[in-house]
Ligand binder design. Structure first.
Ligand SMILES: Cc1cc2nc3c(=O)[nH]c(=O)nc-3n(C[C@H](O)[C@H](O)[C@H](O)COP(=O)(O)OP(=O)(O)OC[C@H]3O[C@@H](n4cnc5c(N)ncnc54)[C@H](O)[C@@H]3O)c2cc1C
Ligand code: SF4
Ligand code: SF4
Length: 947
């Protein structure tokens, strides 16, 4: 008893704390170890309610790094916490010592298509694995709802599962082998050994801890069997049950113990996973039941249809996420989400849908069954369910969804009794609660909304923790944990769940593997109250720390380090001890791509927070340039002159000199900024768009017409000879519209990026006035579209805000205009062979909500095969001027895009933004043509005229 709780956490004096990172740097090399303030702040949280600030973070890149870090931690008695994506809900990926982040180990090492297994590294994101496996028609079965962001290391360590556990089992059922570094420094290749296998005897001799456990399980087989949870899934405690079952069948099945051990027994460097065939077709359905009592009856009858998933959301959950928004009838007391899969094309899912409808006729439904066969529609049905927990963060500024009793399991047929009990319990407590989960497995996620900073709510939390867990165990015979792990949150209750005797066996297991209690102390086994280390400050903030934003953040994709990620930046810029000077490195690294804002279920805009911090320290050089552009004609003349002489100065050796000469000036913009000689610059226009189309500029005699359409061309289309402006005007004319080119200033996106909020507002005022007379404002640039739509955020309540809101309603991207225009001009096939065209979806246009129209246009072009590229929605890395602000990172981000373009097999990449075109052209060179959607559309209209 004393062993576990005396040893954790080790006291580390502040002066010693920096020495840890210094030592580790000497051991591993400088780029892999961090201990600066912002990094430690970013790593102090995971998706749980806790905060613990570590002393150092190690970003391991090899098995050798893992072994050396463990050896160092053990020798010095420093707690070590392995970490993957940090999406656990239990506080198991934070710690007071060293964080060992495995994110950079993120590859498939081997794929055996015939035998259907893959050897993978622990830093690989589940969604990435499945994306790669999909090419071979394969996938990994277990599917936590966090699959877009969670990584295999965390999934294995937590024995995660998800909606499809019903069909594919939990992670534990799908792991063949694991390679782990133990606290002793020994590498263990864990697999299921036959008891007569000589390799087992060698292993037991080599690793005494294993023999100890072997004997322990043999000796206590009866106790272990007697205390085995009688529910369909359990992730609490050490899985001695799996080992005991194995021994009874003549095997010593080590992965059964190690999966679910939450980083407390060793650090995994790779695993061999069993794969399954992707289903050939899938049906997703929503069933809205009027009476909660019918859920219990419905479950066994629906299970008889052999669904792959069966999920529930109770009435409160539906209220909290918004019934109208998700088309849920007001009368529904519970909504079931069910999925049926077909393994061959012969199976007719429509027939199975009929069978489901027949079952449902016995119940009182609140509306017709909703059926979806199409992947996009199915995804829509799942969307609300998968993002449920972080979505609840929107509900109230103070009361937040708190995970502390979030993962109980009962027998499936008892689930409606459980929900009824819980609804009554929380009604009595007067606490709003969301109850949802994997009903087919009897696994309920219970998320009450509480203000933990309020004493009364805090007491309710403690009461609910003890009372619900004890009811689940005593009245329902269930488990306290189905899939999320014990972590810090349930560690206190593990003894109550399994009883003193079995708990002592767990202690012996831990002691055998990790005698110094170095590996993730405080996790799984602890007598500390679950309220220790709660992050009261964070729980009053708007971010759920779910890490969904990290899964789309291009900077995180490159650095794989939490201090260089959207979630990490939220933590850093909202920390009480935030300072720009200390955090400049990270605050200046955001591309302002807005991907985080587009995806965040809690409605947080991390980039906005970062821009506000940059606005406190505006970049002087950038401000001077933007002012010059806004106020002086000299800026335009200079660009014209540069355009006329581009052939002279845009030669390799001169560009090389320019790069050298401009370095000191660029350094004022950012320490990473440069004008790289290898950057393929866009061709500067000799005559700017406004000069070429001077007739469209409103003058005294040429005033805006009622119903008039203005073309907001933005800077790029005006200054560059990229064909975009001509194409947009050409397309508008084909649609019978003669656009006006009212006076305009930069929409503000790049200006905002360099912290000049006043200049942005000044430009916005100018544009608001200039664009006010027009009924429609068409843009050809993704960033201008978003910025103009975002103008209301620049102004406080009042007249200017109203003007901005009116403008926002009038702004349309050219692809929207053309797709929705009542007049659809004929299109023809352009000369040459049929082309394969793919689409890069610009981040700012996605943030503006425009995703379907460009694709619709491209798919309708004659002589074009449209191919959706993988990762179409990922940032290409250009982000306006980021390409010069940090060229190297921009190119690293582009690597993924280049791969995606190649995989699409396209001859042409279309996009909706001139700035993205620069990055795409630079990255792809002449390998693939790059065009704006408007250019391709205009070419098709022209071709029709010629034919
Ligand atoms: C919105 C949301 C939805 C979720 N839905 C589900 C769900 O449906 N089902 C489910 O099961 N979970 C769910 N979770 C919880 C969580 O996402 C999963 O448990 C996930 O598998 C954790 O993976 P991770 O990469 O984030 O691991 P982390 O949080 O980084 O770590 C989890 C544990 O793994 C250990 N670990 C990580 N890597 C290693 C390694 N290489 N060696 C040894 N130990 C290691 C850590 O020490 C820690 O104990 C959800 C979380 C969120 C935020
Ligand atoms: S910003 Fe949004 S997506 Fe990112 S961690 Fe917070 S809640 Fe999740
Ligand atoms: S705006 Fe883009 S780069 Fe910045 S935090 Fe969000 S996702 Fe990351």
């Amino acid at each position: 008893m004393g062993y576990l709780f005396m040893a954790a956490p080790t006291l580390i004096l502040p002066e010693r704390s920096h020495a840890i990172a210094t030592d580790l740097r000497a051991l591993l090399g400088p780029g892999k170890v961090k201990d600066d303030g912002p990094t430690l702040t970013a790593y102090a949280v995971d998706a749980s309610i806790y905060r613990m600030t570590p002393k150092a973070v190690v970003l391991v890149e090899s098995e050798e790094d893992i072994a050396r870090t463990i050896e160092y931690a053990v020798a010095r008695g420093i707690p070590l916490t392995p970490r993957a994506a940090g999406t656990n809900l239990t506080g198991s990926a934070i710690g007071s010592g060293i964080i060992l982040d495995v994110s950079r180990l993120n590859r498939i090492l081997e794929l055996n298509r015939e035998e259907k297994w893959a050897r993978v590294q622990p830093g690989m994101v589940l969604a990435e694995l499945n994306k790669q496996l999909a090419r071979d028609g394969l996938m990994f079965g277990p599917d936590p709802s966090s699959g877009d962001m969670c990584k295999l290391g965390g999934m294995l360590a937590n024995n995660s599962s998800g909606p499809h556990t019903l069909r594919y089992g939990a992670v534990r059922d799908n792991v063949q082998r694991m390679r782990m570094c133990l606290a002793s420094g020994t590498w263990l290749d864990a697999q299921s050994y036959g008891l007569d296998d000589s390799a087992l005897e060698r292993l037991l001799s080599m690793i005494p801890a294993l023999r100890e456990i072997f004997v322990l399980v043999q000796t206590h087989a009866d106790l272990i069997q007697a205390r085995k949870p009688s529910v369909s899934k359990n992730s609490s405690g050490y899985n001695l049950f799996g080992l005991a079952d194995g021994l009874a069948e003549g095997r010593f099945d080590l992965p059964k113990l190690l999966v679910g051990s939450e980083g407390t027994l060793g650090v995994m460097s790779e695993a061999r996973l069993s794969l399954v065939d992707k289903p050939k077709a899938t049906l997703t359905a929503l069933i809205h039941l009027r009476h909660l009592q019918e859920v219990g009856e419905a479950v066994p009858r629906l299970l008889a249809l052999a669904p792959s998933a069966l999920e529930v959301m109770d009435a409160n959950t539906l209220n909290l996420i918004g019934r109208a928004k998700h088309g849920v009838p007001a009368e529904a007391a519970a909504t079931l989400l069910i999925e049926l899969e077909a393994d061959s094309f012969e199976v007719d899912l429509h027939e199975r849908a009929e069978q489901m409808a027949a079952v449902c006729r016995s119940f009182t439904l609140a509306s017709e069954l909703t059926l979806a066969f199409d992947p996009e529609q199915r995804e829509q049905l799942w969307k609300a369910r998968k993002a449920l927990y972080p979505t609840l963060y929107r509900f109230d500024p103070q009361k937040k969804p708190i995970n502390f009793v979030d993962d109980v399991v009962v027998r499936a047929e008892r689930i409606s009794d459980l929900i009824q009990y819980l609804e009554e319990f929380f009604k009595e407590q007067r606490v709003p609660v969301a109850i949802f989960g994997h009903i087919g497995n009897g696994n309920a996620h219970i998320v009450p909304l509480l203000n933990v900073n309020d004493t009364s709510d805090f007491e309710k939390m403690v009461q609910a923790y003890h009372e619900i867990h004890s009811v689940v165990l005593d009245r329902f015979g269930g488990s306290i944990c189905g899939e999320h792990g014990d972590g810090r949150i349930r560690a206190e209750y593990v003894k109550k769940m399994f009883g003193e005797e079995l708990y002592n066996l767990f202690v012996q297991v831990k002691k055998a593997f990790d005698p110094g209690n170095i590996l993730n102390p405080g996790i799984k086994l602890s007598d500390r109250p679950f309220t220790d280390h709660i992050d009261y400050t964070r729980l009053s903030k708007s971010c759920a720390t779910c890490a969904k934003c990290n899964s789309v953040c291009p900077v995180y994709d490159v650095f794989q380090s939490e201090d260089m990620s959207a979630r990490g930046w939220f933590e850093i810029v909202t920390a009480a001890d935030y300072s720009y000077l200390n955090s400049k490195r990270v605050v200046e690294s955001c591309l302002n791509c807005k991907s985080c804002r587009t995806i965040c279920p809690a409605g947080v805009d991390v980039s906005e927070l970062i821009l506000k911090k940059r606005a406190e320290h505006p970049n002087r050089l950038a401000g001077w340039i933007f002012k010059w552009q806004a106020n002086g004609t000299g800026f335009d003349s200079l660009l014209r002159r540069l355009g006329k002489t581009q052939q002279l100065w845009d030669r390799p050796w001169i560009r090389w000199i320019i790069e050298k000469v401009t370095r000191p000036v660029m350094a004022v913009l950012a320490s990473t900024a440069r004008l790289p000689h290898e950057l393929l610059l866009p061709k500067l226009a000799v005559m700017h768009l406004r000069e070429r189309y001077a007739g469209l500029i409103p003058t005294g005699s040429n005033q805006p017409q009622p119903n008039g359409v203005a073309y907001f061309h933005g800077c790029a289309a005006n200054y560059f000879d990229d064909g975009v402006g001509d194409a947009v005007i050409g397309v508008l004319r084909k649609h019978g519209v003669e656009p006006a080119l009212p006076p305009q200033r930069c929409s503000g996106t790049p200006i905002q990026t360099y912290g000049h909020q006043d200049l942005v507002r000044e430009g916005a005022r100018f544009n608001l006035e200039s664009l006010a007379p027009y009924e429609t404002v068409v843009t050809g640039c993704a960033s201008c579209t978003l910025m103009l739509k975002d103008y209301p955020t620049l102004f406080a309540e009042g007249e200017e805000r109203q003007q901005a809101e009116q403008l926002a309603k009038k702004v349309v991207h050219i692809s929207e205009f053309a797709a929705h225009s009542p007049q659809q001009p004929p299109m023809g096939k352009t000369a040459g062979r049929t082309k394969c065209v793919t689409y890069h979806s610009s981040c700012h246009l996605r943030a503006a909500g425009v995703t379907k129209e460009p694709r619709k246009i491209l798919s309708s072009l004659p002589g074009v095969n449209f191919a959706e590229m993988p990762d179409a929605d990922r940032c290409a890395g250009g982000a306006g001027t980021f390409i010069v602000k940090d060229y190297d990172t921009a190119q690293n981000i582009f690597t993924r895009k280049a791969r995606a373009v190649e995989q699409s097999g396209a001859d042409v990449v279309a996009t909706s933004c001139p700035a993205c075109m620069i990055q795409l052209k630079n990255g792809l060179r002449d390998r693939v043509e790059v065009k704006h959607v408007a250019q391709l559309l205009h070419e098709a209209y022209e071709a029709a005229d010629k034919s």
